[in-house]
Write a protein that binds this ligand. Sequence first.
Ligand code: CP
Ligand code: NVA
Length: 306
Amino acid sequence: MKRDLISISDLKREEIIKLLKDTKKIKDRWYSNLPWFPLTGKTMLLIFEKPSTRTRVSFEAGFSQLGGRSIFITPQESQLSKGETIEDTARTVSRYVDIVVLRVFEHEKVVRFAQNSKIPVINGLSDLLHPCQILADLFTIWEKLGRFEDFKLVFVGDGSNNVANSLVELAGIMNFELVITCPPGYEPEKDILNEALKKGGNIKINYDPFEAVKGADVIYTDVWCSMGQELEYEKRLQIFKDFQVNSKLMGLAKRETLFMHCLPAKRGLEVTDEVIDGPNSIVFDEAENRLHVQKAIVLFLLGINP
Ligand code: CP
Ligand code: NVA
């Protein structure tokens, strides 16, 4: 049976640990310059409705570094823009390529695409979830803390966005403490939160960022206004203004608390320059790890052992 990566919940705890370990192998091999082309003859298709730097470039570069080739299109360049259905598109491209990455607005599009394709489908971000990001984040935490469980992560800002929802899913599977500190009304998606809590996730919502960050091993933030929410920009600046990650907030955690951000960042809004460029920031290691994790995800879904 073909596998997809639409959400973190598609994975079991053991599979997440395998992905972390595979990523370590792949990253070490990359740094030792050992030639390795397990994807020779394979093709990846990327269909992106939204802009991207990290997800697109790391998937395309990663796939070609492993010997494969990739094709990138936007809906405008395909017949999707002329009304061809997602279902017909999925059925067609399944016959041409080996794996597909989608970046979409409505989450249901990636679900429908996956239901209609014979090949693995990866969610490269939807309005609801961003699973590839969160796997790279966990790998980065493992590298930095030496453990992938037993830590406290505090997400500061828009708790209702794709990154926060995927973190909640992860906390439902892996053993760590997740605190979401957000303004009322910007909590994670109810169903996702309830499901993660039902699985035993140690997840709390705290409306006071100054209280929430106490004892954090990691403080994580993301933009206040995600792609597609541009019309709410001014309103959101007001709502989130007390949720900026700045030196004062970092100072309430620990001296060694790590700062993470999925990027791109809006400097001066959700994070100040001194924090993102400061000694506790690991945002570019986090961004680099997208490359290594994407390779592990692709190999996992194609059933190739690294
Ligand atoms: N973090 C992330 O997904 O970045 P891009 O939007 O640049 O792909
Ligand atoms: N929440 C952000 C993540 C970008 C990688 C967005 O959806 O725009």
